[in-house]
Each structure stands twice: as C-alpha cells, then as structure tokens.
Design a protein around this ligand. Sequence first.
Ligand code: SF4
Length: 458
Amino acid sequence: MKTNPPTPPGNELWKLYYEERLPRYTSYPTAPHFTPAVSQRTYGEWLAAIPASVKASLYLHIPFCRSMCWYCGCHTTVAQRDPPILDYIAVLRREIDMVAGKLAQPLSVRHVHFGGGTPTILDPRDFADLVARLRERFSIEPDAEIAVEIDPRTLTPAMIAALGEAGVNRASLGVQSFDPAVQRAINRVQSMEQTANAVAGLRAAGIRHINFDLIYGLPHQTVESCLATVAECLALRPDRFAVFGYAHVPTFKKHQRKIAEADLPDGAARHAQTEAIARALVAAGYRRIGLDHFALPEDELVQAQANGNLHRNFQGYTTDASDVLIGFGASAIGQLPQGYVQNEPIILRYAERIRDGELATAKGYPLTAEDRLRAELIERIMCDMQVDVARIRRRHHAAPEMLAASMQRLQALADDGVIDLEGNVVRMSERSRFLVRTVASAFDAYLGNTARTFSRAV
Ligand code: SF4
C-alpha cells in the first residue's frame, strides 16, 4: 500500500498554520471584496482615462469545457454541443469592439492570455478570427507574449495549427497527476501519451514555451504518485511548472462534493507532497520561483526574479509589468490604474448586457492609496520572499501608524520562526517559504469574515 511519509524532521511550521484559509494573493484586495459600487459607467470612465503611454495586457475568458473535473475551481460550464460556444464568441467579439471603442487611442499590448475553461474548445477558425480582431483593435507588439491554456485531452491537430499561425508563443497544459487512481477520482483521465503528443505538436507548430500545471492534495494522492508524475513530466522538459494545492471548497463549488473528503490527504501529507515535488524539480535543474512556480534557468521568470522584476497577476507569477489588464468574457477580471472590474460571471447575463450595448461589469473595487501600499507589500513578499516595509511605505508617503497592526503580526511570525524581522526588513528562508501567504496576510487589512472561502495555507 502506498503511504505518505511523515513531515521531514525539523520542519514543524505547517502545524502552526495548517488551519489557516488564505487567499492566493493574485490581487489585493482579493475578489471577494469587489462590490457593485463599480458599475459599467465607472468602467467606461476608467477606460476613457487610460493614457496613451501605458502598456496593456489582455485576458480572454472561455468558460466552456467538454466535461467537468471534480477538483475544478474555475468559472466554467460543460458544453457538449457547439452552438452555445458559437453564440459566446459572437458576444466576445462585440465586447472587444465595445471596449476598444471606449479607449482614447489603441493601446499597446505586451501580453495576451486566453484562459478558461478550455480556450482550445473553440473552432480553430474562430480562435484565429478572435486573435485577428484583437490585432485590429489593439496595437499588439511584435514580440508580445500570446499564451493559451490547453486541455491536452481535446487538443486537435487543426487547433494546434491555428495556434501556431495566430502567433501563440506560450502554451499552459493542464497535467495535474498521471496516477490512474487520482485521475479517476477527479474525473480527468489523461494519458501521458496525450500530453506528450500535445507537447510535440505544439513545439512542431513553433510554440516554443511550454508550461505544465500540477496539483497536489488531490484524492488518493501520495508522495510516491506525485514523484512519479513529476518524473514523467520531466521527460517532456517543459519550461515552467506551476504546482498548486487542491482547494476543497464544496460549499462554493458543488461538483467538488463528488470528491470524498476521506480520500483527501491531510495537512501533513499535503505538505510532504508539495515539498517532495519542489525537491524533485529543483534536483532536475529547475529554479524555484515565488511560492509555487518552477522554471528552467534560461526562462525569463528566473531573470525577473533575480532582478526584482517578478510580478503576480491573476494567472500567477509573471514577467508582465503592464499598467493595465483588460478582461473580456464572462467573469473576467480587469485591473486598471483606478481599480479592479469584474464582468458578470453568469454567461447568459454577460451576453445579455453586451447584446444590449452596455459593458458587462458586475462589480469591482476602486483602489485607495492605502490599498496600493498594501498591494505592493504583498506582491513583493509573494515574489521576492523578502520586503523592506519602511522603504515601500515611505515611497507611498504613508505614516508608520498605518502599518502598526501589520508590524505586530509580523513580530508574532518572527517569534514563531516563520520570518526574520530585522528592523523593518522581512526575510523568509527556504524552510518557511511555503508559508509566504501567511506572511502576506499580515499586510491584508481586509482578511476576516471572507477567510472561509479561501484555500489552506499549506
Ligand atoms: S478542463 Fe480545466 S477549467 Fe475545465 S473543468 Fe477541468 S479543470 Fe476546470
């Protein structure tokens, strides 16, 4: 019988913070704090005020999949037939035109990301047409990154060709686990061969940058099965890995009820799995990036981390330093200099709003000066594993009292051995880096009654 070994001796920190439910801090404030106070009118005004000089990123959400994975935490819906997808694409095109029409001038774009859901569920001609529409409406820079999330189980040769011809240069493949028992328990049966064929096809089509997503903490998962998955993945040598902990929140994601809680690894096992995966990837030559990413030494994420230019956005760690992120599609989140906006998450309502000729904004958040200070502190600790609190506070012209409660929390973390606190400089060690969300939460002024919706810190 497969077992999870005990937590490595000397590293008992997980026990202190195991029960904490914390945001992933891909934004600050986090999405549960968005309110309807930001309306479509506000968003229109924010768009019109974007200066010509800014660099922008675009995110397009495709909320359809052919089947549901029981662990899924994304905004998606199962579509076994194509008509709803075709309707959605027509609406998406209209939204692109509408948003572009509200800008004072076409924005220069450095990053485009197609996420979901399953973007590659689209008809290849529709995908090509969408990219062409973006190129018409925005000024996409010649060396811009165009990234697409891919489900290797349904990727077709025609779609691979369309991705290559459209200029896609980064593909993120969902792998999660190759263990058949785990795959059955999460309703995602995906062979190594399917994944290898997808990688070979994408590389042959000129898509050089390949990312793999892995998950630990899934039902029946063990350290041995995690390591076996890593070994199979390494044979394909992707440029990057993102390694996420499964977030079991069946109250909010009803399909997760199909996962028996008794089959889930406990906190000690989750910690052993994530650390084992990290050690295996580092031993194979990957560099650890932030909390949960790994990249080959020549990857630009490694350079960005070394130069202090690493960033964090809704997709995780990134080199994307754009001032503006425009989100298209149901549930898509945008980040403008003035704050966050999120579209209607329900596809029908999103489509109705766009067909009525209005922006589909459901809610958002106008950033205050204090939010910007806390957002920067959180981003720096999440990216650099260290932060000079006083230096950033002074740059934001904030009084020390504003961060008094944060400094108290940091002192408690220092007393527990999670961080080194030297004056106002916070440093995390390799041993404690898995608790970086706990440290980031010291700067979070909003953490409170929404904590139950987040995932475990470990
Ligand atoms: S393919 Fe991805 S988005 Fe679709 S159900 Fe599975 S995990 Fe969710």
